[in-house]
Design a protein around this ligand. Structure first.
Ligand code: T6T
Length: 315
């Protein structure tokens, strides 16, 4: 279970006032630190990581921040480092703000693998596993263009600036949408990873642009909130919505016709491959610096055939 609790282990304070780890650590232990607790993308990642760790004879714990931000994730990471696991799989919640805390973990001798999001500084992690997010944004643009008949204003609802994955998706979308001359982008608005804020963005945008043709929501909270905003405005199906991710709520929205397409990622595969890389590093075997996992655009018409891509609420 992803929990918000952090176990800091037994800390000793030396005469010089420095804090050190009382234990020697456990090289057969891995810790997954997702972007946020209780969220189907990261729960699915945890399931994949746990299964793979068990297969390889390792133990995997998950310690998750309560909010998707560096301020919440840093103390979780610090607590984990104090227990000195062999490897940490982490989804950095900010591409630069998490650099120092993660460097400290690396300097403590822990093997660092990035899962999903990444730091701008590519020298910290040994391996990074994620979707090709820029390509995913372009896929969303092509999917939305088809749905709106290649014309009209479209909006991007993004999460938080500084999140590597969703920034890349928005960039991929904005670049790809330029090849459709009938489509105008109204630009990117941020919802702070809160579904309620995404719903408000939709309400305000519809007031200013009643002819809004389509929305690309770059992740789960953006897509769940955008669907609510369209429902509140009675614009369901009229304004086409393409959302990244495939949470149980998003799948319900697809079934109901509230959302026209979902770009599903492979979070369980990201978790499993993250474990493989951390274990290889611990065992002194070669690691792969960058691994990209699959994505798929799912519509109502093919959702039954693609149910294996839907995210889980528990393992
Ligand atoms: O879209 C995923 C993940 O890839 C992204 O980095 C952050 O948001 C999600 O976890 C969905 O909420």
């Amino acid at each position: 279970v992803i929990g918000a609790m952090v176990s800091v282990g037994a800390l000793l304070v030396s005469c010089s006032g420095q804090v050190s780890n009382s234990g020697s650590g456990d090289s057969k232990k891995l810790v997954l630190i997702p972007g946020v607790a209780d969220e189907p993308f990261y729960i699915s990642m945890q399931c994949g990581a746990q299964d793979e760790a068990a297969k390889l004879g390792y133990k995997l714990d998950t310690q998750a921040p309560t909010k998707f931000d560096a301020g919440s994730q840093t103390p979780v990471l610090t607590g984990v480092v104090a227990n000195k696991p062999g490897g940490i799989l982490i989804a950095p919640t900010h591409a630069t703000a998490m650099a120092n805390p993660i460097k400290q973990a690396k300097d403590a001798g822990i093997k660092i693998v990035e899962v999903d999001t990444a730091l701008d500084d590519t020298s910290v992690a040994l391996s990074s596993i994620s979707s090709d997010n820029k390509k995913g944004g372009a896929l969303a643009a092509q999917t939305l263009a088809k749905l709106v008949g290649d014309k009209g204003p479209v909006l991007v609802i993004n999460t938080k600036a500084g999140t590597s994955t969703t920034d890349a998706r928005a960039q991929g979308f904005e670049e790809a949408v330029k090849s459709f001359p009938g489509i105008t982008s109204l630009g990117v608005q941020y919802n702070n990873n809160e579904a309620a804020q995404a719903a408000s963005i939709v309400t305000a945008t519809l007031a200013a642009h009643p002819d809004l043709a389509g929305i690309f929501a770059t992740n789960l909270s953006s897509a769940e909130g955008a669907a609510t905003g369209l429902r509140n405005a009675n614009k369901l199906g009229q304004v086409k919505l393409v959302g990244f991710d495939a949470s149980p709520k998003q799948v319900e929205d697809l079934k109901a016709g509230t959302v026209q397409a979902l770009i599903a990622q492979d979070p369980a595969g990201i978790g499993a491959k993250g474990v493989d890389q951390a274990v290889a590093a611990i065992e002194g075997k070669p690691v792969t610096r960058t691994i990209q996992t699959d994505m798929i655009a799912i519509t109502q018409a093919d959702m039954d055939a693609n149910s294996k891509y839907f995210y889980k609420r528990k393992c």
